[in-house]
Design a protein around this ligand. Structure first.
Ligand code: NDP
Length: 328
């Protein structure tokens, strides 16, 4: 029998945590033949709620779930971790300045990065979901100098999935027929969902759509502002689809992209496509055997260039802000 994979989830008692943990335990994160041990990290006042979720996990009798530990100590939570999903974060509250938000999250992600550095398994893979995800990933990564930088990633898969559905619906196709979409930049309203290299049912998506006005005025804003639209409609945030995207992100990273397709991940830039080295920005990537590579050689037109640059500018500003706060 296989050794269980240790999966650490922070913010485990939150909304996304509740939508995520059962799917991890049922085998959807890593595969239907991979046993898992869950480590749940919470702040002290939420530990009891996490214990309640753990009771429900027990009650599911998942054959692949080989244990659940709950703690408020990051060093314990990340001990031997193979996969870490950093979900818990300080949400932006009304009237909060960006600097305060970054500082509050620095207080969470810096110690977690250090705890990962000191305690995680050699093959640790980190996905940051908690916002501002790219910059939180940058902070955690800077606090973990002994861990290869490419193990720190930020989630743009939800944006990718949202874009796939919008495009499929526009063209009357199935989502499974959409390939090679790209989300560039920051997981924020400046993100750029790029369909110029995408294919739908074997046809170039931008040519099939043939409507730049729809692209600029409907598709891009719909994808970028989807989170707010869901809060408006449901009265609660998009926790289930965020959890689904976290599952997809890790599953694809571990198990590989299909031939003829790629995915989007926030990763440390190597300078490709003019994105300054070291920023955590979303790129088109292929994955294989637990590693990923940026898709190279794509032709970036003027429409795309302007939008990628705008999102990267925002990432640069966030990086400069956390640098001046001494967080990286
Ligand atoms: P959620 O579980 O709904 O969200 C958690 C984080 O995910 C937020 O930063 C949220 O960002 C982000 N997120 C990313 N994508 C999405 C998306 N599409 N839709 C919604 N959220 C998204 O928050 P809760 O408040 O329910 O739970 C957070 C939990 O984290 C609490 O239980 C808290 O105690 C815990 N926590 C744990 C910490 C730790 O383990 N050390 C530290 C801090 C908090 P956004 O703010 O933009 O909605």
């Amino acid at each position: 029998t296989r050794t269980p994979v240790n999966v650490t989830v922070t913010g485990a008692a939150g909304q996304i945590g509740y939508a995520l943990l059962f799917r991890i335990a049922s085998g959807q994160l890593l595969g239907a033949d991979v046993p898992v041990k869950l480590r749940l990290l919470e702040i002290p006042q939420a530990v009891k709620a996490a214990e309640g979720t753990a009771m429900e996990l027990d009650d599911c009798a998942f054959p692949l779930l080989r244990g659940i530990d709950i703690t408020d100590d990051p060093n314990v939570a990340f001990s031997g971790a193979n996969v870490a999903l950093l979900v818990g974060a300080r949400p932006r509250t009304k009237g909060m300045e960006r600097g305060d938000l970054l500082e509050a999250n620095g207080g969470i992600f810096k110690p977690q990065g250090k705890a990962i550095n000191d305690n995680a398994a050699d093959d640790i893979k980190v996905l940051v979901v908690g916002n501002p995800a790219n910059t939180n990933a940058l902070i955690a990564r800077a606090a973990a100098p002994d861990v290869p930088a490419d193990r720190f990633t930020a989630m743009t898969r939800l944006d990718h999935n949202r874009a796939a559905t919008q495009l499929a619906q526009k063209l009357g196709a199935g989502v499974e027929e959409v390939k090679k979409l790209t989300i560039w930049g920051n997981h924020s309203a400046t993100q750029y969902p790029d369909i110029f290299h995408a294919e739908v049912a074997g046809r170039n998506a931008a040519e099939a759509v043939n409507d730049e006005k729809w692209l600029a005025e409907e598709f891009i804003p719909t994808v970028a502002k989807r989170g707010a639209a869901i809060i408006e409609a449901r009265g609660a945030s998009s926790a289930a689809s965020a959890a689904n995207a976290a599952i997809d992100h890790v599953h694809t990273w571990v198990n590989g992209t299909a031939d003829g397709d790629w995915t989007s991940m926030g990763i440390v830039s190597d300078g490709s496509y003019g994105v300054p080295e070291g920023l955590i920005s979303s790129f088109p990537v292929t994955t294989k055997d637990g590693k990923y590579e940026i898709v190279q050689g794509l032709d970036i037109n003027e429409f795309s260039r302007t939008r990628i640059d705008a999102s990267v500018k925002e990432l640069t500003e966030e990086r400069d802000a956390v640098r001046s706060l001494g967080l990286i």
